[in-house]
Design a protein around this ligand. Structure first.
Ligand SMILES: *Cc1c(COP(=O)(O)O)cnc(C)c1O
Length: 479
């Protein structure tokens, strides 16, 4: 029986394990239960060998998953055992909401964000949910702001009246989300928030650097009739690059204030770059995150680079009042709370009843500390850059976007120069099942992406594993 988080070498299960796991599933509900002992054996012996090694295998580089640190794993068991419902702040009944509030502050300290500037903070299920919060707050703000800017000014609220009525009152006929290469979840957020996937408009700098904003075009879009939310990809999902540098973000802040726009940052894994030291090696990364504190809302993921279990994301905003306007859970006298220092979680996010996600984050942050997280990210970047250098020197592979290795964060994007090799690249790289790499399109062509997110990273060992896979894929006879 294996309840530990001991590392494994399989990044994905063998075909046989997967088939066995699938065939073993009990698909008709037993009248008489099979018992706890039975289900334990079933899960450990039959089912879990059919899981990916996303957490336990250091060479799982698909998506951006991260692993689970030992303190986080321990705390997650405790969270399940005590099953606290972090819904209402009841400081005389449980320390849970106080711990959650404390943990959100620790997280802001890790990211060098000023606690006073971002009083709106909550844990979410992930960056997708955090993007929904950001877009929902942005929608509330830009429509209300359009109303305030009318002559004569009017007060209106989407949260109270709905999108149709509030937009009608404010004279808003179009809400747009201005972005560059947004994560797919931003489209979901736009749909869920009632402004529509079609409201997302791409403002790329150029074909060469589509993840950056064309600042002139952005200013032009903002000056038009539409009410605008600006969404900044701080850590573009495919290539890991940052949409803005510090000067551009400062300019975006000025433009947003001028035109009544909302600035949201999707920093699912990019926000973590705020832990890096300010050195020449990280100049591009430092600059990519240097002014993110000027945004109105920030979306982050804890189950990625923070290495706590799924699911856990976080959301910060300057506008706690707006957050409560949008997510207020009205009425329900039995849910009321007299304490004002910690806002009731049920008034600042999507859920009412919630899992005690804060405990694993608290455990990992306190057990490891700031410098451990900094060192971890530096090792992840070092591995990514060493792989980047190898690819840059290679005649078989091509680094994407094809520039300076010092721009690389913890994501390496590349393709094979030969079209026939490139077509089979990801399946060949993953053939040994000792590592897992994602395939995705880049500028219309297949590409491969390595995202280094696990805390078990070991630069020398893992570089060897990756190079072995790159060499084996290249040596495979082409057909
Ligand atoms: C992963 C990711 C998301 C979505 O996060 P989930 O944790 O899957 O909800 C959003 N944006 C970016 C940039 C991401 O990398």
């Amino acid at each position: 029986m294996d309840f530990t988080s001991a590392p494994v070498s399989q990044a994905v299960p063998t075909e046989a394990s997967l088939q066995h796991a699938t065939a073993s599933l009990i698909a008709s509900l037993p009248d008489e239960g099979l018992g706890f002992e039975h289900i334990k054996k079933h899960i450990l012996n039959d089912i879990s060998p059919g899981f990916t090694g996303s957490s336990r295998c250091p060479n799982y580089y698909a998506y951006t998953t991260g692993g689970v640190t030992d303190p986080a794993l321990f705390a997650d068991w405790v969270a399940s055992t005590y099953d606290q419902n972090v819904q209402v702040h009841l400081p005389r009944d449980t320390v849970a909401t106080t711990l959650e509030a404390t943990t959100l502050r620790l997280l802001q300290q890790l990211l060098s964000l000023n606690e006073g500037e971002f009083p709106g903070r909550t844990f979410t299920t992930g960056a997708t949910a955090s993007n929904v919060l950001g877009i929902a707050l942005g929608r509330e703000f830009v429509v209300a702001e359009a109303g305030r800017r009318k002559t004569p000014p009017i007060n209106t609220s989407v949260a109270e009246l709905g999108v149709l009525e509030a937009c009608f009152q404010a004279g808003v006929t179009d809400i747009q989300v201005l972005a560059t290469l947004p994560h797919s979840s931003l489209y979901k957020a736009a749909s869920a928030a009632g402004i529509g996937r079609g409201s997302i408009r791409m403002i790329p700098l150029s074909d060469k650097e589509p993840w950056r904003f064309n600042m002139e075009a952005l200013a032009k879009h903002l000056s038009g009739e539409a009410a605008s939310i600006i969404s900044i990809s701080a850590g573009e999902v495919s290539c890991g690059r940052f949409a803005t540098n510090g000067a551009e973000l400062a300019q975006i802040r000025r433009l947003a204030d001028q035109y009544g726009a909302w600035v949201h940052v999707d920093g699912a894994f990019g926000l973590q770059a705020l832990v890096l030291p300010h050195t020449e090696a990280y100049k591009a990364l430092n600059d990519g995150v240097s002014s993110l504190h000027l945004a109105d809302s920030l979306a982050g993921d804890a189950h990625k680079l923070l290495n706590v279990p799924h699911d856990c994301g976080f959301f910060f905003t300057r506008a706690l009042d707006l957050q409560q306007t949008v997510f207020k859970n009205p009425g329900a006298a039995y849910l009321s709370t007299t304490a004002v220092s910690i806002p009731s979680p049920l008034n600042i996010g999507i859920e009412n009843s919630r899992r005690f996600r804060a405990l694993p984050v608290y455990a990992s942050l306190v057990a490891h500390g700031r410098l451990w997280y900094r060192d971890l990210l530096e090792r992840q970047i070092t591995l990514a850059r060493r792989v980047g250098s190898y690819i840059l020197d290679s005649t078989t592979y091509e680094l994407l976007p094809n520039d300076n290795v010092n721009q690389i964060y913890m994501v390496v994007l590349f393709r094979a120069r030969s079209e026939s090799l490139n077509a089979q690249l990801v399946s060949r790289l993953n053939a040994s099942k000792q590592l897992s790499i994602s395939g995705l399109p880049w500028k219309g062509q297949p590409a491969a992406r390595i995202a280094v997110g696990n805390w078990r990273v070991d630069v020398d060992r893992d570089f060897g594993v990756i190079v072995k896979a790159l060499e084996a894929a290249a040596a495979f006879p082409s057909k």
